[in-house]
Design a protein around this ligand. Structure first.
Ligand code: SF4
Ligand code: SF4
Length: 233
């Protein structure tokens, strides 16, 4: 999503993992944050990034956040607004784009035709969002958002869900290391030829589960096995 938007805006998409300590905005430069929604709020790595980053700015910046979501973008817009305000950057607008939800504990992504339709719809929404960014619209335009106070309820559920003991490995693991290499929080290592979780909690991005060539990683009660793997093309 970030790459698509950046290309359309003739900007560069940069992963938060590649930004060290600060962002410097020159006069008139836009600031856009594209984030998924996890448990109705910002993913922990995104939150931690916004808490640690310094933003050097001058003036005239149009700043926006875009959250992708499956059921609701939750309070991601308001959460980002508060975190950015603490850094001195006033958020102008918040948008959301519904996409296939890779939380396959609940969502069944095994029907590729249905998933393709969801992505086509998302592509149409991107066009509308780009139009609004072009007009530098103001306000929180997140569809189906929840009030900020819901975070006080979702925080606890999210923390529990992020326990890596909920993830488990099947015999089919071949120790290829793809999961370990791509885990954004280094929560997986390969030991004795098999994937092992080495942290108590992780970001819960489900990247390991969806990218595994053997579909050897499952979560919870194995509904994930029935619901298939999904990686955006
Ligand atoms: S990606 Fe899959 S097969 Fe490869 S090490 Fe991880 S769990 Fe094992
Ligand atoms: S879901 Fe997997 S890849 Fe994602 S943070 Fe957790 S262990 Fe790492």
């Amino acid at each position: 999503m970030a790459k698509t938007l950046a290309a359309a805006l003739q900007e560069e998409a940069v992963s938060i993992l590649d930004i060290r300590d600060e962002i410097s905005l020159s006069k008139g430069e836009h600031f856009g944050l594209v984030t998924p929604t996890y448990f109705w709020e910002l993913p922990k790595p995104v939150r931690e990034f916004l808490e640690k980053i310094e933003i050097n700015q001058t003036e005239d910046h149009y700043s926006f956040v875009i959250a992708t979501f499956g059921t609701t973008p939750g309070c991601t817009g308001e959460e980002a607004r508060r975190l950015l305000a603490a850094k001195g950057l006033l958020l102008d607008a918040a948008y959301s784009i519904r996409m296939p939800d890779n939380w396959t504990v609940w969502f069944d992504l095994s029907d590729s035709a249905k998933v393709a339709k969801q992505n086509e719809k998302a592509d149409r929404t991107i066009e509308k969002v780009l139009e609004r960014i072009g007009k530098q619209e103001q306000g929180n335009h997140m569809f189906l958002r929840t009030p900020y106070f819901t975070k006080y309820f979702t925080d606890a559920a999210f923390s529990k869900a992020r326990m890596t003991k909920n993830l488990h490995l099947e015999e089919s693991c071949i120790g290829c290391g793809i999961c370990a290499k791509n885990c954004p929080v280094s929560a997986i290592e390969i030991k004795d030829g098999k994937a092992v979780w080495v942290k108590e909690q992780c970001a819960l991005c489900f990247g390991c589960l969806h990218h595994c060539p053997k579909f050897a990683i499952q979560y919870g009660n194995n509904a994930t096995k029935r619901h298939g793997q999904y990686v955006h093309e």
